[in-house]
Design a binder for this molecule. Sequence first.
Ligand SMILES: Cc1ncc(COP(=O)(O)O)c(C=O)c1O
Length: 356
Amino acid sequence: MVLPPRKDSLKWSAYPEDVLPLWVADMDFPVAEPIRKAIRERAEGFLGYPPREGDPELKDLLREKAGLEGEVAFMPGVVVGLYAAVAAFTAPGQGVLTQVPIYPPFLAAIREQKRTVLANPLRETEGGYRLDLEGLERLAYATRLLLFCHPHNPTGRVFTEEELAALAAIARKHDLIVVSDELHAPLTYHRAHTPLARLLPERTLTLLGPGKAYNLAGLPLGAAVGPKPLVEALRRHLPHTFPNVLAMAAWKAALEEGEGWLRETLERLKANRERVAAWAKAAGLGHFPPEGTYLAWLKTPIPKAAAFFLKEARVALNPGENFGEGYDRYVRLNFATYPEVLEEALRRLSEALKKA
Ligand SMILES: Cc1ncc(COP(=O)(O)O)c(C=O)c1O
């Protein structure tokens, strides 16, 4: 077990030393060796401005590996793309649709730019979380833009082709542009991820990045892929920057040589995913094991549950209330860590639950 150096890592430095951090979406595992090698080699080379458009070979690889077509624009991270999309496709005062609970920067990208969140809550069914398509259709007339997250953070849903087809029909009927954050796409367990763009190519901008699947969040880079007019509209709202050359080299190596590491990592994550599911069941918490991502969304009976667990268990989880209104009894747990860390965290959480 080799944990990240505390002072270098947001995850490990944000809380006092006695707190186990199972919050922000970094994995505790080291980066794949072919990626490290590619970064070292690139660092020996030219480090001036790259061509403004970025590496054309990486663009081809991205389209090929993700099964996408169209124009590609690089940007300094996927969240930058969310902000740019809100600016490009809506005006202040307008609404932007998204499924809640949702990764908090979706809400920030809308609110900070003076737009309104049109919240379309996922439905909790016996089989897990589902899109509320009727609710979506009721809100769709009031906006031009849907910010979609697939795989979904925090629930880990990997939406089915049927669900995506139904969403595509609503988007066509109501003339929506859909920005689909598919950053977690390589991290699925039982069912492969289908890009939304396969069902809605003419209206989807897909956002991708190497940050989650290859654990490279500190080398921020993202890409938008889709129809040329949409990519160009987005590009006009991106900051004046060049794609980071080390991050491009890392992403290329990840796509060309990172498969073995990714497969091994998914096996580790799968074991942890099962452990968390069994623990949640025994602890009486509401939980549907994620179909993708290394995040577990847990429903507790405790108001402000994350603050309670931080105080009583000394375990840092993401507070549910950051993911939308009405979720303060939920927490998001990041299980991308070593089994020893996870076991100790679950033991502490179990002890704390006895005091609730
Ligand atoms: C769904 C989703 N989108 C975007 C991000 C952040 O992406 P970036 O660091 O490239 O801005 C995360 C990070 O956890 C995420 O889970």
